[in-house]
Design a protein around this ligand. Structure first.
Ligand SMILES: Cc1cc2nc3c(=O)[nH]c(=O)nc-3n(C[C@H](O)[C@H](O)[C@H](O)COP(=O)(O)OP(=O)(O)OC[C@H]3O[C@@H](n4cnc5c(N)ncnc54)[C@H](O)[C@@H]3O)c2cc1C
Length: 547
């Protein structure tokens, strides 16, 4: 197949519409089944299925919309092939799911997916020759992502972050990973100088006011160089910024947002506890009213787990229980800004003059190194009342502010995962060009081309789903669904693409000196944090779709 034989976008749209028609019926039945989402737990398996299928379809829609936009502005034939093939895969998976689980889907009319026209389009779209042609083209381009962007600010931002990430981050990424070092302050200082920490923060509080798309492009490019040593640095400030913008008092916004946006304060997010993860409303860490040295505030007691960057962070956004009545659940939680000193290393202890102690010890992990994730212990650690987000009025609102912040974090993770998958594509296409077996570069083999074609296609779908989620959040900060879908899909793509890339490296893919081995272990964390995959599917995506 010649890559220049471009499929028509009407054909792609036909497939997306067919899937849309049938999925809409499936969701209608899902709403009845779950009584508008109230009984999701009685139908978890099917709700997870619906959440995933809806997410894949959203990705197909985003890729189609992008393909249309770029076709009018700067057409690249490969994009239409990818949109066509991806839409057909989604139709095929939806049809397969309905065939296999007909009783769960209920009385839906799936004819739109099975008619002769759609079947012919699916067969044409999934022609092996098409995927091989996409892969061959990617191999010849060495996987480089120069996808068309709708405005100059976005294009220039991508170029400048890419230059920074390649020159300043990439050379250090392997050492930081292999020796489990902390991100050097030099990287943080340069990122601060370039304004990366406050890109999406409001201008009135020292941010760049550039919106979520530029922020996501920045995160994506940094993550191509290293997920842990740069790509994840903006995520925590973003989460705190969103929570403060939504729930902070004016004084708190003026006090905290400018130094966070300027990168003067590093941030950790402390929600998870050793015995409580997904069930956030049940956390036990206590904040009790106290007065220390004439200052009104709270003393914190309890343990926290997996607090990433807690050592180096200057402030922790800490979710703690201010109302001891466990029956209040989420309504008994408040969000605090906990100040601490910055520490290097894998363990620290912070002592306050009145005797309060915060200690932390990093848990060893196979990947996502560079920031370290700590188990924390708070003993009578004092926090002034002015550090409760929203002050008096913020008591009991911490859970909701934290969840709003997590939506921003998930959008970030869509960008992080896309960047990491892109890194795997670039290193794998380079390897496919350079590595010879049986007298030929392995990139000349049909199967290599097909695999790389699918990798690139899924990355494109993840990327444009994430960019669309960024635009949606620009319009409405309260939207949670789109960012959650971007996080879910892009994280899975990153896990799968890095592993495909590793296999294409053969034995060298298992060697630490080849970056693909780092990408594989880094990717594994993506479906875990900010709502582990099953919880994200059930409690965020299915809930939003079925309510
Ligand atoms: C490297 C790393 C960094 C992290 N960084 C941070 C951070 O900076 N700050 C922070 O607060 N947290 C952080 N986390 C924690 C992360 O957010 C949690 O691990 C995650 O939310 C899941 O919680 P858990 O580990 O307690 O799993 P659990 O809640 O115990 O869930 C385990 C599994 O049980 C099943 N399950 C649980 N509940 C249900 C249910 N209702 N229905 C169906 N199945 C269910 C699911 O399969 C789930 O995957 C990090 C984690 C890691 C690994």
């Amino acid at each position: 197949m010649d890559i220049k034989d471009i499929p028509t976008l009407d054909d792609v749209a036909r497939l997306v519409e067919a899937a849309d028609t049938v999925l809409a019926q499936a969701l209608t039945h899902g709403r009845e089944l779950t009584e508008k989402g109230r009984r999701i737990d009685d139908h978890q398996v099917h709700c997870e299925r619906l959440a995933y299928l809806a997410t894949e379809l959203a990705a197909a829609r985003s890729l189609l919309a992008y393909t249309r936009a770029q076709a009018a502005a700067a057409p690249d034939p490969i994009v239409s092939h990818m949109a066509f093939a991806f839409a057909a895969e989604v139709v095929q998976r939806l049809r397969g799911a309905i065939d296999a689980q007909a009783p769960a889907f209920g009385p839906i009319d799936a004819a739109a997916l099975g008619n002769a026209e759609v079947r012919t389009l699916v067969a044409a779209a999934l022609d092996d020759a098409r995927m091989c042609a996409i892969g061959a083209e990617q191999i010849s381009r060495r996987g480089v992502n120069n996808c068309w962007l709708p405005d100059e600010l976005a294009t220039m931002s991508r170029e400048s972050v890419r230059a920074f990430a390649r020159s300043e981050v990439a050379p250090l990424a392997e050492r930081i990973h292999r020796h489990d070092e902390l991100v050097p302050d030099a990287i943080i200082a340069k990122m601060a100088e370039l304004g990366y920490f406050g890109m999406a923060a409001p201008e009135e509080y020292g941010g760049g006011g550039m919106g979520n798309l530029v922020m996501i492009l920045t995160t994506e490019e940094l993550s191509v160089a290293s997920l842990a040593a740069a790509g994840s640095l903006i995520t925590r400030p973003e989460i705190l910024t969103k929570a403060l913008v939504k729930g902070g008092t004016d004084a708190q916004k003026r006090k905290w947002l400018p130094p966070v946006a300027a990168g003067q304060l590093m941030v950790g997010i402390s929600v998870t506890e050793p015995d409580t993860g997904s069930d956030v409303a049940s956390i036990q860490c206590r904040a009790e009213p106290a007065e220390v040295g004439g200052v009104r505030g709270y003393v914190i007691n309890g343990a926290k787990a997996w607090c990433t960057f807690a050592g180096r962070a200057n402030v922790l956004a800490l979710l703690a229980r201010t109302n001891p009545d466990a029956r209040l659940g989420a309504k008994g939680l408040s969000l605090f800004i906990v100040e601490k000193d910055a520490f290097d290393g894998h363990a620290f202890e912070m002592r306050q003059p009145h005797g309060g102690v915060l200690s932390g010890k990093a848990d060893a992990t196979p990947g996502y190194r560079g920031m370290h994730s700590y188990t924390l212990n708070f003993e009578n650690y004092f926090v002034p009342a002015e550090n409760l987000i929203g002050e008096q009025a913020g008591e009991g609102k911490g859970f909701y502010l934290q969840m709003g912040g997590f939506a921003a974090g998930r959008l970030q993770t869509g960008g992080r995962a896309t960047g990491l998958a892109q890194a795997a594509l670039e290193t794998t296409t380079a390897y496919a060009n350079d590595r010879k077996q049986f007298g030929r570069p392995i990139g000349e083999f049909q199967l290599t081309q097909q695999k790389i074609g699918r990798m690139a296609t899924h990355i494109a779908a993840a990327r444009h789903l994430t960019y669309d989620a960024a635009r949606t959040m620009d319009e409405d900060e309260s939207r949670a669904l789109e960012a959650a879908q971007a996080k879910l899909f892009a994280s899975d793509v990153a896990v799968w693409v890095t592993q495909e890339g590793q296999l294409l490296h053969g034995g060298w893919g298992y060697a630490e000196e080849f970056p693909i081995s780092r990408h594989v272990v880094d990717a594994l964390v993506l479906p875990i944090f900010e709502g582990v995959k099953p919880i994200l599917e059930l409690k965020v995506i299915a809930r939003a779709l079925l309510a």
